[in-house]
Design a protein around this ligand. Structure first.
Ligand code: 9MR
Length: 387
């Protein structure tokens, strides 16, 4: 242990003497907030989290904002109608307040992690539009009021837009994702949700959060939806681009398009769920839904016994290129949040395939700072030299 403390101290000294900031939040303090998640204790039956204290310690050092990974989803907060349970999210909030972290609530309306009771009556039949609107508003009002004045941003609606390939026209088309929300209420559920959240806490900034925005059809549809809501006086503040990336996809130009179009549209952008998987993309084989799980296959799990240095170097390059872009657009990028504290606790290990070993974050499985960590800090150092 003593040696480890000595080693960490030595690295800090070396970083300082190389003119580098010591932590992620410090390095990017002029540019945007730097965040991670509260993994907390699993709410969906994943294995117990034995590393919560360690994660809390790292978070306090490296980050200035925190998002609830799971504990603020409807399944966690209102597992049964009217039976709200804030124990885990209150624990997160107490920690965040003690560390002076900006808190992001995630998420109020989603098709996943939402219990069936929302959509069914006591006989198991689908509820009416009126009943579902009431349940939607009650959920939002109760949760947002509970944290009024303490949460800075809410991901209100999550992943409401999908795309399909039109072979004849040879292009993608975007549309509202078919979910019980859409089916029972119609697309107005989105507007209803934002209005309810704003009423419950007029000071909280409301985001729309989605993945796959490198698809231009989806990006344009999303920006148009936000512009339309704004034009009708709905208080929607900004766009969350999740950023679940791979080493070789999507292309950097496609990512830049998201940053530049959001800037042109004057919609503040948040990178809400960043990670860079080093594994082969197992989503390609089916429509990407978080509920899909495929059987574990060795070809999709090449680094179960350790990840080669050259792969970590490629990942570092990818992170470096990405952060150069984020700094370039930092006038419009407010926050960059990683979807995980360290490689040992990442959703990538259990979705879409249970039992893989991925290395998607900046801090490794032995809590070490990975090559990608150094590469990200280097981006700011180089930027400062240029200025
Ligand atoms: O990381 C989350 C994982 O622990 C949960 O099992 C899963 C389902 O609730 O959700 C994961 O987080 C998702 C986020 O809430 C929305 N965007 C995609 C994220 C990764 O699946």
């Amino acid at each position: 242990m003593k040696y480890r403390i000595f080693f960490v101290g030595l690295i800090s000294l070396l970083l300082q003497s190389a003119g580098l900031a010591n932590t992620l939040q410090e390095a990017f303090s002029e540019h945007f907030l730097m965040g991670t998640v509260w993994h907390g204790q699993p709410v969906e039956g994943h294995k117990k989290n034995h590393f919560l204290e360690k994660e809390k310690a790292i978070t306090a050092i490296e980050f200035n904002t925190i998002t609830a990974e799971n504990c603020m989803k409807p399944a966690a907060l209102q597992p049964e109608e009217g039976a709200f349970s804030f124990a885990e999210s209150d624990a997160m909030m107490a920690y965040a307040q003690a560390q002076d972290l900006v808190v992001v609530g995630h998420t109020l309306v989603w098709k996943n992690a939402t219990p069936d009771w929302f959509f069914l009556d006591k006989h198991g039949a689908q509820v009416s539009r009126e009943v579902l609107i009431t349940r939607l508003k009650t959920h939002i009002r109760t949760v947002v009021e509970h944290y009024r004045g303490r949460i800075e941003y809410w991901d209100v609606v999550n992943e409401a837009i999908d795309t399909r390939w039109l072979p004849k026209q040879k292009r993608f088309e975007a549309f509202y994702k078919p979910t019980p929300w859409l089916e029972i209420i119609g697309p107005e559920y989105i507007e209803i949700a934002y209005r309810a959240a704003h009423e419950a806490d007029p000071s909280v900034k409301l985001l729309y959060n989605d993945y796959g925005l490198h698809n231009e059809a989806k990006l344009d549809f999303t920006l148009a939806m936000i512009a339309d809501l704004k034009s009708r006086g709905v208080q929607i503040y900004g766009l969350g681009y999740q950023g679940h990336l791979f080493i070789d996809q999507p292309a950097l130009v496609e990512i830049e398009r998201v940053l530049s179009k959001a800037q042109q549209a004057q919609i503040p952008l948040h990178i809400t769920e960043l990670d860079v998987s080093v594994l082969p993309n197992a989503w390609k084989h089916r429509a990407a839904s978080v509920e899909d799980r495929f059987a574990l296959a060795a070809e999709f799990n090449p680094y179960a016994d350790g990840v080669p240095e050259e792969i970590l170097a490629l990942q570092a390059k990818r992170y470096s290129e990405l952060f150069k872009l984020l700094v370039k657009y930092s006038d419009n990028v407010e926050r960059v949040t990683f979807w995980g504290v360290w490689d040992g606790n990442s959703w990538r290990d259990y979705r879409p395939m249970l039992g893989r070993t991925d290395y998607p974050l900046l801090i490794g499985r032995n809590f070490e700072r990975k090559p990608a960590y150094a590469a990200v800090l280097q981006v700011v150092a180089q930027q400062e030299k240029k200025d």
